[in-house]
Design a protein around this ligand. Sequence first.
Ligand code: 13P
Length: 248
Amino acid sequence: MARKLAAGNWKMNGTAASLAEIESLAQAHPNPGCDVLICPPATLLSRLAGATSGSSIKAGGQDCHTAASGAHTGDIAADMIADAGGSHVIVGHSERRADHGETDADISAKAEAVWRAGLTAVICVGETLAEREAGETIAIVAGQLAGSIPEGATGENTVIAYEPVWAIGTGKVPTLEEIGAVHADIRARLKARFAAAGDDMSILYGGSVKPTNADEIFGVADVDGALVGGASLKAEDFGGIIAALERA
Ligand code: 13P
């Protein structure tokens, strides 16, 4: 069975002052009835991990390098994320694919680096608006899954996040039927490739998830949680999403 996970991706937002949001989230949800993960900018990871240490809220990174160490100015290794108190690393977010030209092969190598550090990779996939309008959503996502997930994925070391690019930060969300169709297809492909482990991998939906639409999204089959951007920055909003996942 896949675990339920509410994951927050702060992207390039947050300074020390933002830790107050985490403290109030940890106070309001000290023992949530689902897994909760916050991926702040790397500058805050260690402090955020410290601020959540008395709760079951986990901390994670937003990206990592494929190598364990070396001459890669500005990059961060998965071991460093582990050392800072992280348990997960997001890899292949569409903003990394677009802004940094990351390919499926790059993302697969990053996921392997995450595993070598003993952490869980949150591997992101999702179509652009043009791809959706061309009727290519399932094919695009299938290709990204095939290329971005290394051999050896399990429910322990891998989480999949389906994030339609056009739904990120736009307030636009696919219909529940559209979300369900993609998640069912992802589940079928995970099972076909990884057998029983394919049932154990959590599949998150991401893109304009808010406390107001979380209940209906979490009611869709094979949606095991969410990867949340903007609404993860405020304890009240993210707390509402956690509460919805606890109810699901
Ligand atoms: P929003 O929740 O702001 O749409 O962002 C989603 C996302 O990209 C999370 O990784």
